[in-house]
Design a protein around this ligand. Structure first.
Ligand code: ADP
Ligand code: MG
Length: 209
């Protein structure tokens, strides 16, 4: 299995790259932000609690997002692997993700972090806010608050994966296709030989060879 953690501040391009990666590697995309927004639109109790925090640019409690990931993993047991987007955001979440993925497989394959400076993030998110309908994208102050929360609470998750030699970072400013190519190069170094057939491109290469 290929379990990829896609990391980076809000607006770094995680969602954009995830869409391309799920097609290339046949993975299931698990975005805790999307899962929470779906709870909000369904008007569940969890959604109501989460909305208050998300609107303020704050993190939702660890046990809530860990529980959502746990149930998603349990309901996708035949998947070739997962892209975790927006999760883990704290070290306790990272520890839980190890434990959860190890139930099914060998754990997290690697983390890829997209680096983008704050001014570019603000610019992108204000632009996304024009069409996303996301309340947390609507004003600059909230956006900067989320970047600060990322820098203070989330950035240390990178250290957790660096200790395990699973951390990679790249410049998230540039053409979407170029960034995608660089992410694929990193993933291919971590891809177990036995699951290479899960990738359509790799399968084609094998046939040619
Ligand atoms: N490489 C890029 N260059 C310019 N804009 C980008 C790039 N990648 C993503 N974007 C845009 O930036 C915004 C945030 O991207 P998104 O994928 O939603 O980020 P995240 O999921 O990390 O918050 C979107 O409006 C997206 O279209
Ligand atoms: Mg996103």
């Amino acid at each position: 299995m290929l379990n990829i953690v896609l990391f980076g501040p809000p607006g770094a391009g995680k969602g954009t790259q995830s869409q391309k990666l799920i097609a290339r590697y046949n993975l299931v995309h698990l975005s805790t932000g999307d899962l929470l927004r779906s709870q909000i639109s369904q008007g569940t109790e969890l959604g109501l609690r989460a909305k208050k925090l998300m609107d303020e640019g704050l993190l939702v409690p660890d046990e809530v997002v860990i529980g959502m990931i746990e149930s998603q993993l349990a309901s996708n047991t035949t998947a070739a692997g997962f892209i975790f987007d927006g999760f883990p955001r704290t070290v306790p979440q990272a520890r839980s993700l190890d434990a959860l993925t190890q139930r099914y497989d060998t754990g997290v394959s690697c983390m890829v972090a997209l680096e983008v400076d704050e001014e570019e993030l603000v610019k992108r998110l204000l632009e996304r806010g024009k069409t996303s309908g996301r309340p947390d994208d609507q004003n600059e102050e909230k956006i900067r608050k989320r970047v600060t929360v990322y820098n203070t609470e989330t950035a240390q998750v990178a250290g957790y994966y660096a200790e395990q030699q699973k951390f990679h970072s790249l410049n998230g400013i540039g053409a979407i296709e170029d960034i995608f190519g660089q992410i694929c190069q990193i993933i291919d170094q971590h891809q177990p030989a036995t699951s290479a057939a899960a990738s359509p491109a790799a399968a084609t290469d094998e046939v040619k060879a």
